[in-house]
Ligand binder design. Structure first.
Ligand code: SF4
Ligand code: SF4
Length: 341
């Protein structure tokens, strides 16, 4: 829509002003790195973070969420209608959220997700350097974004360029920040910075992310699944840290007297043994090899085909960092690529 500039010294006042009206969730430091958390003070935010263990999808799809509750004969859905700003989202996670938006809106829309999404304003952040040796966003074409955000920040020395993506973003900026229209010199610096960033991101996959569905299509019977399956613990960490995983279990809890209770959903993992076990006791993905293949099929093929224009993997590298036995998308996909070269 337009390009604005915020001086670096005006960024903290911008965050503080937003906190006066919204719950502001952003990257903060913790003992092991960074996490997304509700800010209690503007100075807590760390916009120069590299990555977080758990992705910001937890803001839109909480780890556990009450869907409805009942008291005696009164049953009521439970909605979280808090107005919030999700600040500092990297572009890989932004691409993942755009896919989630599509997944939860398709068919019978998921009302809980849709309502939370409607009350969330996203202020994303351009990465100007790679997170670490595990990220492969360049191969998945997610190292930048031109949509999906309300505001998008690009740090340029002592100021931020702000790409305004929506009218909600425009209003947020107008009401809470001191900003000005970008000058020619500032636009020239933005262009230079953006053109210089590409060489800082290594290509780690030996194929373009767009070619993954075809590779996965011919790899269904690959012996690699048994090979990596022998190493896998089936712990589910790879799902929990993934910004594009959205499977959940639904559970009921009822009080001892049966007069009150709730139904809630909780994150689930396709890597757990019981995930595909059905009522009769049959398990249609019995082995680690079957479950791993399913995960990689979803990441490389099923989601891209179900939601054209989106990817099942955004190359964030979190699952590679989380896996104790070094089962990584880059390792798996490069091996399959070599087998089918
Ligand atoms: S691939 Fe790694 S993180 Fe995922 S379930 Fe297996 S051992 Fe756990
Ligand atoms: S599969 Fe791994 S690298 Fe891809 S989006 Fe999920 S966590 Fe990130």
């Amino acid at each position: 829509m337009s390009l604005k500039i915020i001086n670096k010294s005006d960024l903290m006042p911008f965050v503080a002003n937003m906190m006066g009206e919204y719950e502001v969730i952003g990257p903060v430091a913790n003992d092991i790195g960074f996490k997304f958390a509700t800010l209690t003070d503007a100075s807590q935010v760390r916009l120069n973070y590299n990555t977080t263990v758990i992705p910001p999808r937890k803001t839109l799809l909480p780890t556990q969420e009450t869907l409805f509750s009942f008291q005696k004969d009164m049953l009521a859905p439970t909605f979280d209608m808090k107005w919030r700003v999700l600040l500092g989202v990297h572009t890989c996670d932004l691409h993942a959220m755009c896919m989630l938006d599509e997944a939860f809106a398709r068919g019978q829309p998921d009302t809980h997700y849709m309502k939370r999404r409607a009350t969330t304003t996203i202020v994303s952040m351009e990465c100007l350097d790679t997170c670490d040796e595990n990220s492969f966003c360049k191969s998945m074409n997610t190292l930048t974004a031109t949509s999906g955000f309300d505001l998008h920040l690009i740090q340029l020395g002592d100021f931020y360029a702000v790409d305004v993506g929506t009218t909600a973003g425009e209003a947020l900026l107008a009401n809470h920040a001191k900003s000005h229209e970008a000058t020619r010199a500032e636009i020239a610096l933005l262009d230079k910075t953006m053109s210089q960033k590409w060489s800082k991101f290594p290509v780690r996959l030996h194929l373009d992310g767009k070619d993954l569905p075809a590779l996965m299509g011919v790899s269904y019977k690959s012996p690699l699944w048994e090979e990596v399956g022998k190493r896998c613990f089936g712990c589910g960490s790879c799902n929990i840290v993934c910004p594009t995983c959205y499977c959940f279990d639904v559970r009921d809890e009822v009080s001892m007297d049966g007069k009150s209770g709730e139904r809630y959903r909780i994150w689930d993992s396709c890597q757990l043994d019981e995930f595909a076990r059905i009522g009769s006791g049959e398990n249609f993905r019995k082995t680690h090899a079957h479950r791993l293949r399913h995960r990689f099929m979803r990441k490389g093929k099923y989601i891209a085909e179900a939601f054209p224009g989106h990817q099942g993997c955004v190359g964030c590298g979190r699952c590679a960092r989380a896996c104790l036995v070094d089962i990584t998308p880059v390792g798996v996909w490069n091996s399959l690529r070599q087998d089918h070269a």
